[in-house]
Design a protein around this ligand. Structure first.
Ligand code: ATP
Ligand code: MG
Length: 251
């Protein structure tokens, strides 16, 4: 079985167990969705994925036939349900870990695989449900719980949005997203929102498909420049996903 260390670029890795959850930001056209496609493929090789794509763009297109209907959400109702069901799975995993009766037990000890929710266009979703206070409250509650309790149970979330302002993504949630990436150009307030204040740091212009990345615990203390894996054609990811699925069915 593959371990949970995903290579992002030469010399840059992301261990999802050590640095759970992620935030992917950047201006429109910066390359967020392409980068998410790469992460999606790597996470599908290693476990289960759930996809939220309110704009029905790349993520939705490559997974709509591959995954069960309830694992891909685009409308507010579907998103609410997907988050609730992921939360239920998280709770079920905790019950099994409790029953295991050993302190410090993790999902790995139970032979379970990581389950990752990949949430593109988070801000668009929040704007869509702004007037539905109940749905908004519920969605935020589930996301918060997945983030706070997910590591041990192997339930993770990747949130992508153009600019993670505190009004849209509360800071208590943002702070728990360990891996951070910015794709393409960003202004200085955006860099600070994602990476915190980095005195002396000078961010350079980054074209689409490249940017800055920070993963805690990797021996560097400032965001690193990186080039996202190149994905010229989205359909190549779809083909690779189907191959992984076939392989999974054989096992
Ligand atoms: N890793 C990549 N490999 C190849 N092309 C890329 C990559 N990243 C970005 N591009 C190019 O930039 C375009 C925009 O990328 P992408 O759709 O991922 O941006 P985005 O940040 O999701 O934008 P939006 O906020 O509008 O959804 C792509 O259509 C592609 O042409
Ligand atoms: Mg996009």
């Amino acid at each position: 079985m593959l371990n949970n260390i995903i290579t992002i670029a030469p010399g840059l890795v992301w261990n999802i167990d050590q640095a759970p959850h992620a935030l992917v930001s950047g201006v429109t056209g910066g390359g967020k969705s392409r980068f998410l496609l790469y992460l999606l493929l790597e996470l599908y090789k290693r476990g289960q994925i759930r996809v939220i794509d309110p704009k029905r763009s790349d993520l939705y297109q490559v997974t709509k036939r591959l995954l069960p209907e309830t694992h891909v959400a685009t409308t507010p109702g579907q998103v609410g349900r997907l988050l609730r069901e992921t939360h239920d799975e998280l709770m079920a995993r905790y019950e099994r870990m409790d029953a295991f009766g050993q302190p410090g037990v993790t999902y790995r000890d139970l032979g379970l695989q990581p389950l990752t929710v990949i949430f593109d266009e988070y801000a668009a979703y929040i704007a869509d449900i702004e007037d539905d206070k109940k749905l908004l409250k519920e969605a935020k509650k589930y996301i918060r719980r997945i983030i706070l309790l997910g590591r041990q149970a192997g339930c993770f979330i990747i949130i992508a949005m153009q600019k993670p302002s505190a009004e849209v993504l509360s800071t208590d949630i943002r702070d728990q997203l360990s891996m951070r990436a910015i794709l393409g150009q960003m202004d200085s307030t955006g860099y600070t929102m994602v990476f915190g204040s980095q005195p002396g740091m000078r961010y350079e212009y980054r074209p689409a498909g490249s940017g800055y990345l920070y993963v805690p615990g990797q021996g560097y203390s400032i965001p690193q420049t990186f080039d996202a894996p190149w994905i010229d054609d989205v359909s190549t990811i779809e083909e690779l996903l189907w191959k992984v699925k076939q392989q999974k069915n054989l096992n």
